[in-house]
Design a binder for this molecule. Structure first.
Ligand code: PLP
Length: 447
């Protein structure tokens, strides 16, 4: 096959911009995951334009994009429907500081796709959405502690940047400087997909637990499905204890189908969808169509804790701004068109099969976890169902693979834990090219 991309051997402008960025922007990047620290260091690639499934760097090299901006860009870059909505919003003024009719329209759209939302509030990021669900849960239950799961990422607010203590029933330890131990002690971290560990933590700390916070399908140590019965067990255990269940669907909402995990037919066979309904849900990423957004919502009785109705304060100058809301509406409109998710499923299967075949042909141990158009590649021979298993994979091999793919014009996230995201704009030809590029990368890895 003729390769549409030549091997990339010049990134000199990225390298010089990186040196300049280091002088002015801390670490040269505005989010640490954009640095190449986890893949051997050096200059990250500076992009200047995105269109559909591709973006171009400042040295005019073209890449097939599987980063999708860490997930939001499910329609590809500069999707015409979303771009038109953003332009219309810009022409009418991007920020009023007043309510708008658009916000109601968007809240209705979210509610009709996510049955557990009686009431919604828009914020500006996934971090804010998660942070506020915890506040609301604490206000509603009058309790302070939360349980979260090892390896799940919920943004960078204090409470969720906490790692496990030395056992499942110990208090957390701060995962970042600047987080007081007293705050980390409000968090208990247990392994995902391990119901007894959760039950043990609830036995030990039950009366203090306001909420169990989970990525119901994990997207942050690769893509990991809940084991059969796990979400039912998690919700039942939390409810028995009088704790709320918070789903962080910042990655998963509208990713696999038009909705969230709680209505997803692709969950393990026999999943009782009614039994896995959360009390509160945090949203972000895709629902902003590529502009900054977050949202949270849940049962009316719980959401009535939020100001101005109730005592839990949450506010935002930029919240619900017409540009983000318009982009979000347009994005969901495009996603709701027939065939969207079927295409993501088809291309996802093609990509995963091709990668698996390439790795096998060259004797490279590779576990692929795929859910629809999102997949993760773990350089190991064992399954990956929790964080420990995801950690026990070959990071050096991933780093080498990442660089070999980048040099062939395929852009992945620079971390072994991050997913590959297909967009509606990828084509079979893009996927074939990627599979061939990966085969030659696997060959190099095996030499
Ligand atoms: N929750 C999950 C599951 C995420 O993956 C992320 C970001 O990657 C967040 C929350 C935080 O979202 P944001 O980066 O928009 O603050």
């Amino acid at each position: 096959m003729t390769l549409p991309f030549s091997t990339i051997n010049n990134r000199s402008r990225s390298e010089s911009l990186y040196q300049e960025a280091l002088e002015h922007i801390v670490g040269g990047v505005n989010s640490p995951s954009r640095s190449f620290k986890a893949v051997g260091g050096g200059a990250p690639v500076f992009m200047k334009r995105g269109q559909g499934a591709y973006f171009w760097d400042v040295d005019d090299n073209r890449y097939i994009d599987y980063l999708a901006a860490y997930g939001p860009v499910i329609l590809g870059h500069a999707h015409p429907h979303v771009t038109a909505a953003i332009c219309r919003a810009a022409e009418n003024g991007t920020l009023y500081g007043t309510p708008t009719e658009l916000e109601i329209q968007f809240a209705r759209m979210l509610k009709s796709a996510i049955p557990s939302l009686d009431k919604v509030r828009f914020v500006n990021s996934g971090t804010e959405a998660v942070m506020t669900t915890i506040r609301v849960a604490r206000a509603y239950t009058g309790r302070n502690k939360i349980i979260k799961f090892a390896g799940c990422y919920h943004g960078h607010s204090d409470l969720v940047l906490v790692a496990a203590g030395s056992g499942p029933s110990t208090l957390g330890i701060p995962d970042s400087a600047g987080i007081p131990t007293s705050i980390a002690h409000e968090v208990i971290t247990v392994p995902y997909n391990d119901l007894p560990a959760l039950e043990q933590a609830l036995d030990r700390w039950g009366s203090e637990i306001a909420a169990v916070m989970v990525e119901p399908i994990v997207g942050n140590f690769g893509m990991v499905m809940p084991k059969p019965g796990y979400l039912e067990g998690l919700c039942a255990a939390a409810r028995r204890n009088g704790s709320l269940v918070i789903y962080d669907e910042v990655i998963t909402a509208f990713r696999f189908h038009y909705g969230t995990t709680q209505t997803y037919a692709g969950l393990p066979a026999g999943t009782d969808l009614k039994a896995i309904e959360p009390d509160l849900t945090a949203l972000g990423k895709i629902i902003g169509g590529g502009l900054p957004i977050g949202a949270y919502g849940g049962k009316a009785e719980i959401m009535s804790q939020v100001a101005p109705l109730g005592p839990a304060y949450q506010a935002g100058t930029m919240a619900g701004n017409p540009a983000s809301i318009s982009a979000g509406i347009a994005c969901l409109e495009a996603l709701s068109l027939p065939g969207t998710y079927e295409k993501l499923e088809r291309l996802g299967a093609m990509l995963a099969d091709g990668l698996a075949r390439g790795a096998e042909a060259h004797g490279v141990p590779l576990t692929i976890n795929r859910i629809s158009g999102a997949l993760s590649t773990h350089f190991c021979a064992h399954p990956v169902t929790d964080y420990e298993e995801a950690q026990d994979t070959d990071g050096e091999q991933f780093a080498y693979f990442f660089r070999l793919m980048l040099d062939q014009g395929v852009c992945l996230a620079p971390s072994k834990y991050e997913a590959w995201f297909l967009t509606t704009e990828h084509t079979e030809e893009d996927v074939s090219y990627t599979i061939n590029a990966a085969a030659s990368a696997f060959k190099r890895l095996s030499e």
